[in-house]
Design a protein around this ligand. Structure first.
Ligand code: SF4
Length: 240
């Protein structure tokens, strides 16, 4: 079994607790307007690494002394496009006593995905929007599995951090932010909400790929507004 991996981050500090070895997997079925990693979209695009789960585990173990109180994370792209590979990688990491985190949009729900969850300690679930009308325009796909995925995490008692990208004029909307907060407040598995302010750092990648960047005129979310939203959302769950 070979996994297609876009890149690694050896000392990640934002994708789960502690210092983490983060693998960014190639491939994503979504086309989020705000995506800053469009180079991960095409699963067949030339990627930096092609490895077996054992090889990826060995790569992670090179950093064992740094990540022993943190762990490993798979992100993307959408790592669940390579669910079989991730399931085996997580199983091997658990054998080594490493904490495993999955950064996903929850867009794919299959038996293979459920196998991944058997060895997942933490899910970073990117909820794109609670607005059903906005979802297809925002993500480029019609079906939104976000909330069904969250139900599965609740059933299985898997610790979950909700991530939400706030884009000025698109998802920066108090009504829908409150809907999100109200919804996740009822889930015991949800430990916290992370507000991710929209930024424009990935726009140069679109130029390189010859893709049109549709949010060219959208400004980054200000730090002040991001903090206001965090304060507002902390009535539902701890928010950062
Ligand atoms: S799910 Fe993530 S990687 Fe995929 S398009 Fe959206 S932001 Fe980009």
């Amino acid at each position: 079994m070979i996994g297609r991996i876009h890149s690694f981050e050896s000392f990640g500090t934002v994708d789960g607790p502690g210092v983490r070895f983060v693998s960014f997997m190639q491939g994503c079925p979504l086309r989020c307007l705000f995506c800053h990693n469009p180079d991960t979209w095409d699963i067949n695009r030339k990627c930096q690494y092609e490895m077996t789960p054992e090889q990826l585990r060995d790569e992670a173990l090179k950093y064992r002394s740094f990540i022993k109180s943190g762990g490993i994370t798979v992100s993307g792209g959408e790592p669940l496009m390579q669910a079989e590979f991730v399931a085996e990688y997580f199983r091997l990491c658990h054998e080594e006593g490493l904490h495993t985190a999955l950064d996903t949009s929850g867009a794919i729900i299959t038996d293979k995905v459920l196998n991944v969850l058997d060895n997942t300690d933490l899910v970073l679930l990117d909820i794109k929007t609670m607005d059903a009308e906005l979802y297809p325009r925002l993500t480029g796909v019609n079906q939104n599995n976000n909330l069904a995925f969250l139900d599965i995490l609740e059933e299985r008692g898997i610790n979950t951090w909700i991530r939400h990208v706030v884009v000025p004029e698109i998802t920066d909307n108090d009504k829908w932010l409150h809907k999100l907060g109200n919804h996740v407040a009822h889930y015991n598995c949800v430990e916290k909400i992370e507000i991710l302010p929209y930024h424009t750092l990935g726009t140069y990648k679109y130029e390189k790929l010859g893709e049109k960047y549709k949010l060219m005129d959208t400004p980054a979310l200000s730090a002040q507004r991001a903090n206001e939203i965090r304060k507002m959302m902390s009535q539902y769950k701890p928010c950062q």
